[in-house]
Design a protein around this ligand. Structure first.
Ligand SMILES: C[S@@+](CC[C@H](N)C(=O)[O-])C[C@H]1O[C@@H](n2cnc3c(N)ncnc32)[C@H](O)[C@@H]1O
Length: 215
């Protein structure tokens, strides 16, 4: 992994390290939960939409070293640079609303889309592009996931549990069926995030809850 640059920190991350901006958006703290939830198989081609510093792919690759090509798409050029160093791999600067990768080419598509509406709440010191839907919302991410997905591929999104309805509508609008939901508790033992597995086909929905055990 390349060394950090000014304004960056390097943190221990599982068996490895992760470079992130000192003052920027904090990479997803549920990345290993996402990686355990995702039905990854050997050789899978994986796409991360809005990859930030690449945290979801870093976690997934630690748990599944036998994956196929892993690609991140990210709109923020500074995050693209960090992701490229974290992943030692292919990171494309681009907008999920004009998907800069081949359609139907990925077996597994991951995303942690921004979930606050533009202008919502207090300013978060330049992190709004990661937390607020300034360049498209979860509906745009779901449509991009559907476009990128191979015929029998799977999609995994991590999203704010309180905005579950928006997430389900986004999947339905993109023609994706949700098969499994897992709620992740925060340290107050309340559901904080929801993990959703979806695909083009399938019936029945399994709902799970993972209680917070500390740490
Ligand atoms: C909630 S952050 C998630 C970052 C990282 N995947 C993680 O889990 O920590 C959302 C990311 O999506 C990126 N993003 C927002 N709109 C985008 C768009 N239209 N195209 C590509 N990336 C976008 C943001 O810059 C940000 O890095």
């Amino acid at each position: 992994m390349s060394a950090r640059r000014a304004g960056e920190v390097v943190e221990a991350f599982g068996d490895g390290h992760l470079i992130r901006a000192r003052r920027g958006f904090r990479p997803c703290r549920w990345a290993f939960d996402v990686a355990r939830f995702a039905p990854a198989r050997a050789g899978d081609r994986v796409l991360d939409l809005g990859c930030g510093v690449g945290v979801l792919l870093c976690a997934l690759r630690q748990l599944h070293p036998d994956l196929g090509a892993c690609v991140g798409v990210e709109i923020d050029s500074a995050e693209v640079g960090r992701a490229a160093r974290n992943l030692d791999g292919r990171v494309v600067r681009g907008d999920v609303r004009a998907l800069p990768v081949a359609p139907r080419a990925f077996d597994l598509v991951l995303a942690n889309p921004p979930f606050y509406p533009a202008g919502w709440g207090r300013s978060s010191r330049g992190r709004e592009g990661a937390t607020h839907a300034l360049a498209g919302d979860v509906g745009d991410f779901a449509k991009a996931a559907e476009q990128a997905l191979s015929p029998h591929g799977r999609v995994v999104f991590v999203y704010d549990a309180g905005h579950l309805t928006t997430l389900l509508l986004a999947f339905a609008g993109a023609g994706l069926t949700v098969r499994r939901l897992r709620f992740l508790d925060d340290d107050r033992r309340r559901p904080a995030r929801v993990l959703a597995l979806a695909g083009r086909d399938g019936g029945g929905l399994a709902v799970e809850r993972l209680v917070f055990k500390g740490g």
